[in-house]
Design a protein around this ligand. Structure first.
Ligand code: GRF
Length: 217
């Protein structure tokens, strides 16, 4: 305990949330998840959080007159818990500009494509339809335009000829589970920091071998 106070917003099964919870439980991790909010009462991630003793709240969007009222309640609950940094992890509601600006530079998201390619939904179907050979995932700061904002970290995976949206999603998801905790660590401990609208690193960058897809023979 003693790290940055994190609030996680989810809508569904919560596998990225689980990866973040596991990371926060490791020694010297610079962040603690103090609250999980779901907009759906039936989100599986709520049980994952509760089973580890993390406080949860449901803010059901269907009970609010408009997006601003819904966002205002999320904002209120986050502040009530002294949250310092918000992680979106499969949160399927668009946050209004007022909320995004209020949490500017304290709000990060994971998206299952190599942004700025393939923002939006049905990503894996579109990647396969386009015949793209490499896909991946991106952790980024959130700005008002959908799936935009300074990129913290990315992971690349090959797209295979026999892939379906499901098999590709699973390969990307496995990479998400590795990169989101790493990105959170770097943001929380200041290794990754914003310089204008780009992220710069004070350590840990290195040249890696390129990923070829298909592999070189
Ligand atoms: C992930 O692929 C994430 O990138 C996307 O929604 C999915 C959420 O999965 N935004 P989970 O709820 O974390 O298992």
């Amino acid at each position: 305990m003693g790290g940055k106070r994190i609030g996680v917003l989810i809508s569904g099964r919560g596998s990225n949330l689980a990866a973040l919870i596991d990371a926060c439980a490791t020694r010297d991790f610079p962040a603690d998840i103090v609250l999980v909010i779901s907009n759906r009462p039936d989100a599986g991630g709520l049980q994952i959080a509760q089973s580890t003793g993390i406080q949860t709240r449901t803010v059901d969007h269907t009970e609010y007159a408009d997006r601003e009222a819904f966002d205002a309640e999320i904002d209120r609950v986050l502040r009530e818990h002294d949250v310092e940094l918000v992680c979106l992890a499969g949160f399927m509601r668009l946050l209004a500009p007022g909320f995004v600006e209020a949490w500017r530079d304290r709000l990060i998201n994971i998206h299952p494509s190599l942004l700025p390619a393939y923002p939006g939904v049905n990503i894996h179907e579109r990647v396969i339809d386009d015949g793209v050979r490499i896909s991946g995932c991106t952790v980024h700061y959130v700005r008002t335009a959908m799936d935009s904002g300074p990129i913290v970290a990315q992971a690349a995976v090959p797209v295979l000829s026999g892939d379906t949206a499901e098999t590709l999603a699973a390969r990307v998801l496995a990479a998400e589970h590795e990169i989101y905790p790493q990105a959170l660590r770097m943001v929380a401990d200041g290794t990754a920091r914003l310089s204008g609208e780009r992220v710069v690193f004070s350590a840990r960058e290195s040249e890696a071998a390129p990923l070829f897809s298909p592999p070189l023979s």
